[in-house]
Design a protein around this ligand. Structure first.
Ligand code: PMV
Length: 339
């Protein structure tokens, strides 16, 4: 991966990913290493774009969000600080003392359980390294994206189906592609029951997870689940994959709801979509749900069932809108700058 634009300015686009087996519990906060391995599918349509440009030495890194009307607005402090820290980290890694102008944009709801931090920090990492003119292989890019604090960004660096092992050592904590996107064309119909940002961050959820009485139980079950998911991907077997990913998602939320303090990401609409999926299955449609740290439900299905699944959940009163996504590729650099 190398900057095409050069001249100290680069733009990158990266996709969100949906975890089949979830990362929930952090073992090293500074290095952002997870307790358990996770496996995900990189998406195609839920995208983050980021433009990074080198500033003259001495200036502070500036962070903007592109608004819907196409203007740049200063980013909120929490997000801007996370971006500045990642820019500093990457410049330090590159042996440069520079500041940057950064602009970011997501084409889907931010902070609502759609992995916007994974795509956002992956796009940022690729754009900053592009602006610095650094050539970085995907493995190293994955380590650098992970260090942003959004561990799941380690997976968005690769397209298709990706495992992020727990990583014995720091440098082993990078994503590994299990299969490219063209290997298995799966759909992700996302039922949005609430597009607003969640009130409790995943970072807080990772910290609180071990306080749940169900946390250890889930950890014990994970090696078996991970093995089934690897096998299901290799065999392109949705009937094998589906029940395991739905179970893992429900149990992540069981852990969250029973941690001290408890976190409730689910809303009434979440349950309505889960029920609709059960109904569809009883009619012979292969569709299985997974839910990240938010109330919105990802329905995994085959392309031939996408229409029926989307139409069914669109009709639910609690569903505001539906995003039809599917498996996608790795991040790319281009010259479509945000400023
Ligand atoms: O990468 P983070 O810190 O945003 O945490 C991601 C947590 C989940 O989305 C719930 C699970 C996952 O593996 O993506």
């Amino acid at each position: 991966m190398k900057a095409k634009s050069g001249g100290g300015k680069a733009s990158a686009v990266a996709a969100a990913n949906i975890a089949f087996i979830k990362y929930w519990g952090i073992r090293d906060e500074r290095l952002v290493l997870p307790v358990n391995p996770s496996i995900s599918m990189t998406l195609r349509s839920c995208l983050s774009r980021c433009t990074a440009e080198l500033l003259d030495d001495g200036a502070e890194t500036q962070v903007f969000l592109r608004t819907e009307s196409g203007e740049l607005a200063p980013a909120p402090d929490g997000f801007a600080n996370g971006v500045r820290e990642q820019v500093e980290r990457l410049c330090e890694w590159a042996g440069e003392s520079r500041s940057m102008r950064i602009a970011a944009h997501n084409n889907f709801p931010t902070g609502a359980g759609l992995a916007s931090s994974a795509s956002g920090f992956t796009a940022l990492t690729v754009a900053v390294l592009g602006a610095l003119g650094r050539e970085v292989d995907p493995t190293e890019m994955s380590v650098l994206a992970r260090r942003s604090g959004s561990g799941s960004a380690a997976r968005s660096v690769f397209g298709g189906y990706v495992e992020w092992p727990a990583g014995e050592s720091e440098d082993a904590g990078h994503g590994v592609q299990l299969a490219p996107p063209e290997y298995w064309d799966l759909c992700n119909v996302v039922a949005i029951v609430d597009p607003r940002p969640k009130s409790v961050s995943s970072r807080e959820g990772h910290r609180l997870a071990p306080s749940s009485p169900y946390y250890q139980r889930r950890q014990e079950e994970l090696p078996g689940r991970l093995e089934i998911v690897r096998r299901a991907i290799a065999a392109r077997d949705l009937e094998l994959l589906g029940p395991v990913i739905e179970k893992d998602a429900v149990e992540l939320h069981l852990v969250a709801m029973s941690s001290r303090r408890p976190i409730f990401y689910w809303q009434a609409g979440t349950l309505a979509v889960l029920e609709a999926a059960r109904q569809l299955r009883s009619q012979g449609v292969q569709v299985y749900c997974t839910i990240d740290a938010g109330p919105n439900v990802h329905l995994i299905c085959r392309p031939e069932d996408e229409e029926a699944v989307a139409e069914t959940v669109e009709r639910l009163a609690q569903v505001e809108f539906v995003i039809r996504d599917r498996v996608g590729g790795p991040p790319t650099l281009d010259d479509r700058h945000l400023f």
